[in-house]
Design a protein around this ligand. Structure first.
Ligand SMILES: C[S@@+](CC[C@H](N)C(=O)[O-])C[C@H]1O[C@@H](n2cnc3c(N)ncnc32)[C@H](O)[C@@H]1O
Length: 240
């Protein structure tokens, strides 16, 4: 037996298997700690700040590679990092475009940086409230009837805003495709000192109500395989 095999066996002997429910609690506790530690604010993709957690980025990448959407619409651009992330995946999976919506929009510096990047030409920014009729009409004009569309909602995380976004944007998702709702973790974070307002006012509540009223979508829990995610119950898949 080689050195590494022996070492792995020895370590494995010392580790007790944790029962699934305990493991879930442990993962949630770690997620809360990581969120409080603000490590999620220190990540970059190709040099662009991106407000996402690594396990979620890996899973989003898997969805894009499996589904091959040709258009990804995201609400919440921040500094353009997630738009660059999606554009980089589209580029390597056959092309397409990212439509990124933000209010009040990117700073001139951030916009310049994205536009000067080689992936910048794959991204169309819309400045406006993601739920405003003018914004939605701009989105509609950018889509072709045959486009395979994926949606990621990551703007204002209040219950009422996400509820409106779900009502508006679910119609654009192609059958079999994904509608991902960001920061559903806020419901859990509401239990932390100082965040009580999130107990009721969170995206997860909007997701649960949406699924009760809508049989086109299911929650795809398989996408939470790492247990550590900022999108619990937030990976929705269109089934018809
Ligand atoms: C969590 S950040 C987005 C993070 C980004 N997706 C990333 O991964 O780096 C939320 C963004 O939503 C934008 N925003 C807030 N309210 C909005 C609204 N009503 N409509 C559109 N964008 C909004 C903010 O300006 C902010 O840039």
């Amino acid at each position: 037996m080689n050195f590494w095999k022996r070492k792995i066996n020895a370590d494995a002997g010392a580790i007790k298997q944790i029962p699934p429910m305990e493991l879930k609690k442990l993962a949630m506790s770690w997620t809360r700690q990581m969120w409080l530690g603000e490590l999620w604010q220190q990540n970059t993709w190709l040099g662009f700040p991106i407000l996402q957690w690594p396990t979620d980025l890996l899973v989003l990448q898997e969805i894009v590679v499996n589904q091959k959407p040709r258009v990804i619409i995201e609400t919440g651009s921040y500094q353009g990092g997630s738009a660059i992330f999606f554009a980089s995946l589209l580029k390597l999976t056959g092309g397409g475009k990212v439509v990124s919506i933000d209010w009040p929009g990117l700073s001139p510096e951030a916009l310049n940086k994205v536009k000067n990047h080689e992936l910048g030409s794959m991204i169309e920014f819309i400045t406006g409230d993601s739920t405003a009729p003018e914004t939605v009409s701009k989105v509609r004009k950018m889509l072709g009837s045959e486009d395979n569309v994926m949606i990621v909602l990551d703007s204002d995380h209040s219950y009422s805003h996400v509820k409106k976004e779900l009502e508006i944007y679910h119609q654009f998702v192609s059958p079999g495709g994904y509608l991902v709702v960001g920061d559903t973790i806020c419901a859990e974070l509401g239990k932390l000192d100082g965040y009580a307002k999130w107990i009721d006012d969170n995206p997860l509540r909007a997701v649960r109500e949406f699924l009760l009223d809508n049989d086109l979508f299911i929650c795809d829990n398989s996408r939470e395989k790492f247990l550590v995610t900022f999108f619990p119950e937030g990976f929705l898949r269109r089934v018809k």
